[in-house]
Design a protein around this ligand. Structure first.
Ligand code: PMP
Length: 290
């Protein structure tokens, strides 16, 4: 079965799905995106993802290419046309096609909308969940508005490649004060000796993760203590447990940070418990808008 992509109003086989060479997404990474998990055929946390998309578009003054309701229908249609039961759906909106010039194109330029979807082999997340993953650390060299989900991610691409070359799954980026900001494509968490979950507050230095929000709601609803504060690399090395969250990795335990083994080197009970509860418990909580 050939994969189908949505591009500006048309559902096309991937091989025929193109955008113009003067698209601002291609020229300037002048574009935003979202990735949602697809679980048992449903799009997980779509409302929160589209709330974040609205914020990203607003911060960059990019117009909605279609109404929010129409976008929801397109996302579902792409998932269904690709017969994805468990996997991901991806959307990107760029400022559109215009002669290459830094200033915004003339008003009325249509934003570009691309949507794709693919299945995930369940064996991969299963193994990461059971064994946990290793992360390495690397300086955070990104720009000052990483709270906006733009496709300008050269720094994260380099960080991830450094991790992969070191045989690790993820890179945790570290600010000038030796505090972890976040993973190259995930939110970073630790759990201290008292069982308190610690993750960085959502300021302009991290992307406000949707899975982060879901886990936080779940933890609070289940009487766990959560502290939103920056944590240092040293604290992370001594943590009882650590984990990462993202739409594509849900919650994945971290068992090693650089050369430091976390806990006994196996996924901890708190992280593993939350992971097991994720799809049943987390999604049923009321949606929080921001
Ligand atoms: N931080 C960064 C830098 C990311 O790229 C991602 C995933 N897109 C996340 C955090 C996790 O966000 P979410 O839970 O919304 O996938």
């Amino acid at each position: 079965m050939s994969r189908i992509a949505y591009v500006n109003g048309r559902y096309l086989p991937h091989a025929e799905a193109n955008v113009h060479i003067e698209d601002r997404g291609f020229q300037f990474a002048d574009s935003v995106y979202e990735v949602c998990e697809v679980w048992r055929g449903s799009i997980v946390d779509m409302t929160r993802h589209l709330d974040r998309l609205k914020r990203s578009l607003g911060e960059l003054s990019i117009a909605w290419p279609v109404s929010r309701r129409a976008l929801e229908a397109i996302l579902r249609e792409v998932v269904s046309r690709n017969r994805v039961t468990n996997g991901l759906v991806y959307l990107q909106i760029t400022r559109g096609v215009a002669r290459r010039d830094f200033n915004f194109p003339k008003p009325g330029t249509m934003p570009t909308l691309v949507v794709t979807s693919r299945s995930i082999n369940p064996a991969v997340p299963k193994k990461s969940t059971e064994d946990g993953v290793r992360v390495i650390t690397t300086p955070d060299i990104r720009w000052g508005r990483v709270d906006i989900k733009t496709t300008g991610m050269t720094a994260q691409v380099l960080a991830k490649e450094t991790a992969v070359r070191a045989g690790a799954k993820e890179a945790w980026m570290v600010d000038r004060d030796d505090r972890i900001t976040e993973g190259s494509s995930s939110t970073a968490w630790i759990i201290d000796g008292e069982g308190t979950l610690i993750t960085r507050p959502t300021d302009m230095n991290i992307l406000p993760g949707i899975t982060r929000m879901a886990i936080m709601d779940y933890a609070k609803a289940n009487g766990m203590k959560v502290e939103e504060r920056p944590f240092t690399l040293e604290e992370a090395r001594g943590a009882r447990e650590a984990f990462i969250t993202s739409a594509s990795a849900t919650l994945t335990p971290v068992v090693q940070i650089d050369d430091f083994v976390i806990g006994n080197g196996k996924p901890g009970s708190i992280a593993s418990g939350m992971r097991a509860a994720f799809h049943d418990g987390v999604e049923k909580l009321p949606v929080r808008h921001y």
